[in-house]
Design a protein around this ligand. Structure first.
Ligand code: GAL
Length: 522
């Protein structure tokens, strides 16, 4: 037995070496993920729940934004009714189960729990709703995984300045504490924020997302700064008050595409790629891992602020207290990844604020396939590259892919073969990142369980594995073809090759075990 094990072990190294040398960017490989790997599917409160003003829920910034005139939403729609998941959570749990996943990632509507945003008034109907959802998931043997905040800030808090006001740190901490106290006996994985970059740059900079603030020069940095502190607050509260008893884990979800140097042999483009990645992912990961903003970001914003005649940098600094408080405030990091971009350095004035500060121009190769979203073109190899960049830049942190997905081309209906192709390519590159490159990825959650309210695009972009009829009051959910495919991948834990003469599961686990510590499994 021992000889066979040693032989397998050596063989796994050989295979890993051989693969590293020879696996081409778009080459498909067979293999399975390590046994600790977990699969999931996700949604968020505003995008699916509806019931925007029922049972004591307060108004949030997306309610307010979508109700404004003229409508800032492409099809003039709102999330007032959305997929009606507030009433259909039982059915949703069954759908989650039918996909063959281990966990369901959903978010909590802050205004449903705290209608005024603050702890003084707790809405019991909101607590009941999430208790029902959690219990129903557990009944179906699905692990609940919670995003504490996925963009729907209570309106009374926005009226005080939202994420530009440091008071939010305390309010977010209070909100998180209420969630841990009510649900933490059953929920063991928490993400504080979903994509704070989107909140701060698209919501407080471009203003194309709620709360619709158009102040690109400075406000996104104020927002990012507050959110990082609020994240740490929620993390430390868990540490001090709940971790011993509940034994869960807390992280944050950060979004990033892969930013490929436009000319991979040109130093200027390679540097532009690094800058763009640091301004996107590093902006959040660097403070929580190293306790400071990335050096490139610091230098660039400080210099440009000076050139603009300012006495202080547009990018605030953390003092000693906050540096220590934020540094290390993660048990894992979530990555939302959809697509890739080519990057080159800007040849003319790059514009104000976050966009110009990084001195990089991004664009997509028109030969990459199209999807239903202008910003999303499938580039499967980019996924492997961004995972490796995170591994190399942040000491291979435990990572959960919290979102990855595809929007249908118009009129595709249930035959979503483009999505199948997308997931096949992306999950295969994830496999390469894990078993060949040793990236410390613990789980993967596809986006999304069903078509839903796609923010400023309304219902015009469909990301779901289930097709939803938005003109039918019963909001029927119908599985698309991709459900069958993904179910197979999830239940097989990857892409096993049954004809292999040896047991590929054992080989790959040994391979991955070289770099990973299974004790910290997700
Ligand atoms: C993410 C977001 C999701 C979903 C997805 C598809 O940025 O977190 O809520 O909308 O994009 O565009």
């Amino acid at each position: 037995m021992k000889i066979v094990a040693v032989f397998n072990y050596l063989l796994s190294f050989l295979i890993a070496y051989w693969n590293t040398e020879s696996v081409a960017e778009d080459e498909f490989i067979y293999g399975q993920f390590p046994s600790y790997f977990r699969w999931g599917i996700g949604t968020s409160s505003y995008q699916v729940e509806g019931a925007w003003n029922l049972d004591g829920k307060g108004e949030n910034i997306w309610d307010n934004f979508t109700h404004s005139t003229p409508s800032p939403i492409k099809d003039g729609s709102t999330g007032d009714f959305a997929c009606d998941s507030y009433h259909k959570y039982e059915e949703d749990s069954k759908l989650v189960k039918s996909i063959g996943v281990d966990f369901y990632r959903f978010s909590i509507s802050w205004s449903r729990i705290l209608p005024l945003g603050t702890k003084e008034k707790v809405n019991q109907a909101g607590i009941d709703y999430y208790n029902n959802l959690i219990n129903s998931l557990i009944h179906h043997e699905i692990t609940p995984v919670i995003s504490i905040h996925h963009w729907d800030l209570p309106m009374p808090l926005q009226n005080k300045g939202g994420w530009t006001n440091e008071e939010m740190i305390e309010h977010f901490g209070d909100f998180a504490r209420i969630l841990y106290a009510n649900f933490g006996d059953r929920v063991k994985q928490w993400f504080t924020f979903n994509e704070a970059w989107v909140i701060c740059v698209m919501g407080y900079g471009d203003g194309i997302f709620a709360p619709g603030v158009k102040e690109i020069t400075e406000t996104p940095y104020t927002c990012i700064h507050t959110i990082l502190k609020a994240h740490a607050q929620a993390y430390r509260i868990y540490d001090l008050e709940f971790r011993d008893e509940q034994q869960g884990q807390v992280g944050i979800t950060i979004d990033s595409g892969w930013l490929e140097p436009s000319d991979p042999n040109k130093l200027e483009d390679i540097e532009a790629s690094e800058r763009a990645l640091q301004f996107k992912f590093g902006m959040f990961a660097s403070p929580i891992v190293f306790g400071k903003y990335p050096d490139i970001v610091r230098k660039s914003v400080d210099e440009r602020s000076k050139q603009e005649g300012r006495s202080t940098s547009r990018l605030p600094s953390f003092d000693k207290y906050w540096t220590d408080y934020i540094k290390g405030s993660y048990d894992f990091i979530g990555l939302n990844h959809y697509s890739s971009y080519l990057v080159t350095s800007a040849s003319s004035d790059p514009g104000p604020g976050w966009y110009g500060d990084q001195n990089a121009v991004t664009f997509q190769d028109p030969s990459w396939p199209e999807t239903g979203s202008t910003w999303l073109r499938p580039v499967p190899w980019g996924f492997r590259k961004v995972l490796n960049w995170i591994k190399n830049t942040f000491n291979n942190p435990p990572l959960i892919v919290t979102e990855n997905g595809y929007s249908d081309l118009p009129d595709v209906g249930l035959n979503d073969y483009g999505r199948i192709e997308y997931y096949k390519g992306y999950i295969n590159n994830l496999l390469k990142a894990v078993i060949i490159d040793g990236c410390n990825v613990r789980g993967y959650s596809a986006w999304s369980l069903m078509d839903n309210f796609e923010w400023a695009s309304g219902y015009t972009e469909r990301f779901g594995l289930h097709w939803v009829n938005f003109t039918d009051p019963s909001r029927e959910r119908i599985p698309k073809e991709s459900v069958k495919y993904l179910r197979k991948v999830f239940l097989s834990n990857g892409f096993p090759k049954p004809t292999l003469p040896w047991n590929s599961i054992q080989l790959n686990e040994q391979c991955a075990a070289v770099a990973l510590d299974p004790d910290t499994s997700f």
